[in-house]
Write a protein that binds this ligand. Structure first.
Ligand SMILES: [Zn+2]
Ligand SMILES: [Zn+2]
Length: 313
């Protein structure tokens, strides 16, 4: 561009007339460039150039110049390393990154900002002025410069807010709980793709008694419980009740010289629980009574015999 400046400065009136025919983009470009400090600053290798004569106006250059033209200005020490990096991060000069590294304008490890997804499409139709600086030969060749620039930027969609993420959870899978095993619900976030699980606690069996075997006095019974949900069963013992003792009953009356008997039974099952003997009603044994009777008869007989003998005498 310095060449252009020099040429524009020397072209004189005809050149100005030519520029009047040019579009506004070119006019602005010329204005910017004419304001720039044209002092040349040395280039240091390794991307450590600290100042460029056109640093202040790099945004204007971004707006109105093509990558080719900006690159040409860089070659003339127009921009410092940090400004060149900024322009690359703004989406310019992307085709020149390797070249700029090789030439030492930017550090070898510089990486264009990846977060910005912007693409710049430039369509330029221009009639370049001839390279020589002689006004006499360029007067007739100076042609209006037409520059059309179309810029399309595709900004990365704004990050979703936390509220939107929180509202994006949807149930995508469900396993119902059984009586004994936990179920689960799987939620998927439609924005982030994350998943999370929620446990459904096992409900436990819901048993009812479906069969009963009653206990007896001596045998245990059982209650059978069945789960109304899954049919699982278990048995629970009913303890034996034990006998219930009733009244004593005489089964045989006692005689004068014979024993009787009595017993007690279970009121429920009738089993004889105990039995006892009833003594005879006479307090003396039969043999004693017989002995006494025999003795009395003998004594009476003896008395009768003795009385008869005295009468006969
Ligand atoms: Zn169950
Ligand atoms: Zn009994």
């Amino acid at each position: 561009m310095k060449n252009k400046i020099k040429k524009y400065a020397t072209i004189g009136t005809i050149a100005i007339m030519g520029l009047l025919l040019a579009n506004t983009a070119v006019e602005k470009t010329v204005t910017v460039i004419s304001e720039a400090d044209t002092s040349c600053i040395g280039v240091y290798s390794g991307g450590d150039k600290t100042a460029g004569y056109n640093d202040e106006s790099y945004r204007v250059a971004e707006k109105y110049l093509s990558d080719d033209e900006i690159y040409a200005e860089i070659q003339e020490s127009a921009y410092s390393t940090s400004v060149i990096e900024t322009m690359i991060n703004d989406g310019h000069l992307l085709g020149y990154v390797d070249q700029l590294k090789a030439e030492g304008w930017i550090p070898q490890d510089f990486t264009p900002a990846g977060s910005k997804s912007s693409s710049t499409t430039q369509t330029e139709t221009k009639a370049e002025p001839p390279a020589d600086n002689q006004a006499s030969s360029s007067e007739t060749k100076e042609q209006p410069k037409t520059e059309t620039k179309t810029e399309t930027k595709t900004e990365t969609k704004a990050e979703p807010t936390q509220e939107e993420i929180d509202a994006a959870w949807e149930e995508t899978e469900r396993t119902e709980a059984t009586c004994t095993e936990d179920g689960k619900i799987v939620y998927t976030n439609s924005i982030t793709g994350d998943t999370k699980e929620e446990s459904i606690p096992a409900a436990g069996h819901d048993y009812e008694v479906t069969e009963t075997a009653d206990a007896t006095c001596t045998e245990d019974g059982t209650n059978t419980y069945t789960c109304k949900v899954c049919g699982d069963t278990y048995e629970e013992a009913i303890p034996a009740t034990g006998h219930t003792e009733g009244e004593w009953k005489v089964t045989k009356e006692a005689g004068l010289f014979s024993t009787g008997s009595k017993e007690v039974t279970c009121e429920k099952c009738g089993e004889v629980l105990d039995a006892e003997e009833i003594p005879q009603t006479c307090p003396l044994p039969l043999a004693v009574v017989i002995g006494v009777v025999v003795a009395v008869v003998v004594i009476i007989g003896a008395i009768v015999v003795l009385v008869r003998r005295r009468k006969n005498i």
